[in-house]
Design a protein around this ligand. Sequence first.
Ligand code: C2E
Ligand code: MG
Ligand code: MG
Ligand code: MG
Length: 279
Amino acid sequence: QAKARGRNGYQFYAPSMTGEGVERLRLEAMLRRSIDKNEIFLNFQPQVEIDTGRLVGVEALVRWNSPELGVVPPIRFIPLAEDIGFISQLGKWVLQEACRQMMAWEAQGLAVPKIAVNLSVKQFERGSIATMVADVLKETGLDPHRLQLEVTESVIMNTGDALAFINDLHAIGVGLAIDDFGTGYSSLAYLKQMPVQTLKIDRSFIKDISTDINDEAITIAIIQLGKSLNLSVIAEGVETEEQADFLLRHGCNLAQGYYYSKPVMPEILFEAWNAKALT
Ligand code: C2E
Ligand code: MG
Ligand code: MG
Ligand code: MG
């Protein structure tokens, strides 16, 4: 890249004219068209009660199937969507599709108690997020109590009006979870004021739970904190039976992770699930 520009070559080009700039513009243009071209879709990952194996909910996780790039993971396009002002449209599409899928499962007699949907901070900045969510619930017919919105801890701590937005969402009856909990320095006083119901223990702590005593201590502390504040606690990134056993032993009975299922297409959620239940 540097070589292609030549020695000191960068002096002659505005950033937007470099190869990288052009590449980014192309990517942006492709992303903007992705919804209309039906390239965006959702995967769903089970949330499970550890002791019974019961399905308590699913999390919707967005994917972009680009004809040029293949399936692009959200870490590669959510930040871009945020930058180019596309996240409101994308976030609304995700919510509509997630709610629609819940109604479709129900029509098929398949019981998914709850759906979790991730929200971006940029959706908060736009205001009127509660109105958007209420509209989508009304249009799809999903009971607000069956929707849980996930917001990362850092978003809550770094967004000035987060509490106001969260109160608005709470008022329409949806559940709220703090995602990636443990990574964002929440003040406990702040946490206590929030109408949230769930803490999701960040995957990074679960990863080395049985070998790293610090991760072990933090996980136990989060479980205790949840108990004290009367919140439910779910662990993300559970990949092994040992991790699930550890969580159960320490009073966390909810988990999500590859040990149970990877995120999957909606048609195979129940196949994957039933196969697992039989083993
Ligand atoms: P997240 O909300 O914390 O979602 C969990 C991520 O961990 C997912 O990655 C999931 O596939 C992955 N995961 C689940 N279990 C395991 C496991 O056992 N091991 C490992 N190694 N990974 C596991 P994914 O789907 O790539 O999503 C990454 C992040 O992108 C999400 O983190 C979320 O912050 C964001 N994201 C995904 N979908 C949306 C969306 O619709 N809207 C917004 N705003 N953000 C989204
Ligand atoms: Mg999440
Ligand atoms: Mg998370
Ligand atoms: Mg995460």
